[in-house]
Ligand binder design. Structure first.
Ligand code: SF4
Ligand code: SF4
Length: 433
């Protein structure tokens, strides 16, 4: 158990899906070799299959008896690919054609962008930004036979000792949030570090600092003055994702405080919700109903001229309200012997028999009407339009023979049809599994 615990709250009502956080993180931490496909911070649309594809349907975490229940290792294509673009052809070959990936993508992070649950009378979606949850009981840590993963005693941040890691990837199977990534170049696993070098200098996490929606709140969960303490423990309006996975995540979400359906103005949100409650319960557990009821009461209070301290806090206009980073407090609690103790701990870890097994029963399936997680989910119309992938017309009319799709088509109509051909050419040398 750590002496302090840094935590983050994200108010999902304010996220605009701009991906600024994703880029802030990418530029700061994951632009090195072998890291192209890694997004330590990603933002996915829900309902949706997420990143990596279907992560929330494949298992991980602990069962009720605190045994690890690892998932299969997601294949590399489930993370989407870093596209190569034919800039030379497009920019210098002329003819005013849009820049396209060299081959039609089969999956990308946020494949479901802005589509979510499609119901023509009641379309609905929201954005779910995700980082490592720096769990109180990290399944990744328990699964590591090398004891390369450790939780800092001074602030609860979960890190991977790159010297000890051997790239076995038991941690990836164990993490129910799939927030550890394998670097094929270094042969090690890597993950979000909660921007600890910034926190140690009194600066907030890069994803939070850059967020134009001001959705993120950061501080010590055990500090009564911090916004995360107030939102999680005092007002109890922020919930962990998939609490039944048993890892006790320390990233919390204010659930989407959705309006009633179109044409139901004035009704209770719970009476006629636009976002189906079963989907919110699927993500955040049954407590989400209490949170929405409470928030609805606070909103009513504010609308009638009363003061709502929690809504004022959630507006979070100033950084001083949203963040309380306390390097001195953490430094005082630092145990300088952490690394030494890890070196002295006996090798081993949990019995390997419980690792690498298929996902066990007890994994909560998504609500049936949001059939997610299929490996063969077709691209959404938006993705199809952006990348030239046919949606309902797999037997496309493309008849070029060069393998270059529209780029190699004499008609140059940018029809969007897919060129048939090997889908994964160039991947033969992969050492993923
Ligand atoms: S979210 Fe996953 S990687 Fe992060 S601490 Fe929890 S179990 Fe480990
Ligand atoms: S930067 Fe903020 S508003 Fe934009 S996607 Fe990230 S969390 Fe959402």
């Amino acid at each position: 158990m750590s002496k302090h615990q840094y935590a983050m709250v994200m108010d999902l009502n304010k996220c605009i899906g701009c991906q600024t956080c994703t880029l802030a993180c990418k530029k700061q931490w994951t632009d090195g070799d072998g890291m192209d496909y890694m997004y330590w911070n990603n933002v996915e649309t829900h309902p949706g299959i997420g990143y990596p594809r279907g992560w929330h349907t494949i298992g991980g975490g602990f069962d009720a008896r605190r045994n690890l229940r690892p998932s299969p290792l997601p294949p590399k294509e489930d993370y989407g690919e870093a596209f190569e673009y034919d800039y030379g052809q497009r920019l210098y070959g002329g003819r005013n054609k849009p820049v396209m990936p060299n081959r039609p993508p089969t999956y990308t992070p946020n494949w479901d962008e802005d589509v979510g649950g499609w119901d023509k009378d009641n379309p609905y979606f929201f954005y779910l930004p995700r980082i490592c949850n720096h769990c109180t009981h990290p399944a990744c840590l328990e699964a590591c036979p090398r004891k390369a993963i450790y939780k800092r005693t001074e602030d609860g941040i979960v890190l991977i000792d790159q010297e000890r890691c051997r790239g076995f990837r038991y941690c990836i199977k164990a993490c129910p949030y799939k927030k550890i990534y394998y670097n094929e170049v270094t042969g090690k696993s890597e993950k979000c570090i909660f921007c600890y070098p910034r926190l140690e200098k009194g600066q907030v996490n890069a994803c939070a600092a850059q967020c134009p929606g001001r959705i993120r709140f950061v501080g010590l969960l055990d500090d009564p003055e911090s916004p995360v303490h107030k939102l999680v423990l005092k007002y109890r309006v922020a919930l962990g994702l998939f609490p039944e996975k048993g890892t006790h995540p320390n990233v919390f979400y204010v659930p989407p405080f959705n309006p009633p359906k179109a044409g139901s103005a004035g009704k209770s949100i719970l009476e006629d919700p636009r976002l189906p409650l079963d989907y919110l319960i699927y993500l955040f557990g049954p407590d989400v109903v209490r949170v929405i009821q409470f928030m609805e009461g606070e909103l009513t209070k504010a609308q009638s001229g009363g003061q709502s301290e929690v809504l004022q806090l959630l507006i979070g206009r100033d950084a001083s309200v949203r963040y309380r980073v306390v390097p001195d407090v953490v430094r005082a609690a630092a145990n300088r012997d952490v690394a030494q103790k890890m070196e002295q701990s006996p090798a081993g870890g949990p019995p390997q028999a419980i690792l690498g097994t298929p996902a066990q029963s007890g994994v909560k399936p998504p609500p049936a009407r949001h059939a997610l997680g299929s490996k063969h989910v077709p691209p959404t119309p938006e993705v199809a339009m952006a990348f030239g992938v046919p949606v309902d017309n797999p037997a496309s009319s493309c008849n070029t023979s060069t393998g270059a799709g529209c780029a190699g088509c004499a008609a140059q109509t940018a029809c969007g049809a897919t060129q048939k051909g090997p889908r994964h050419q160039g991947e033969e040398g992969m050492t993923w599994t």
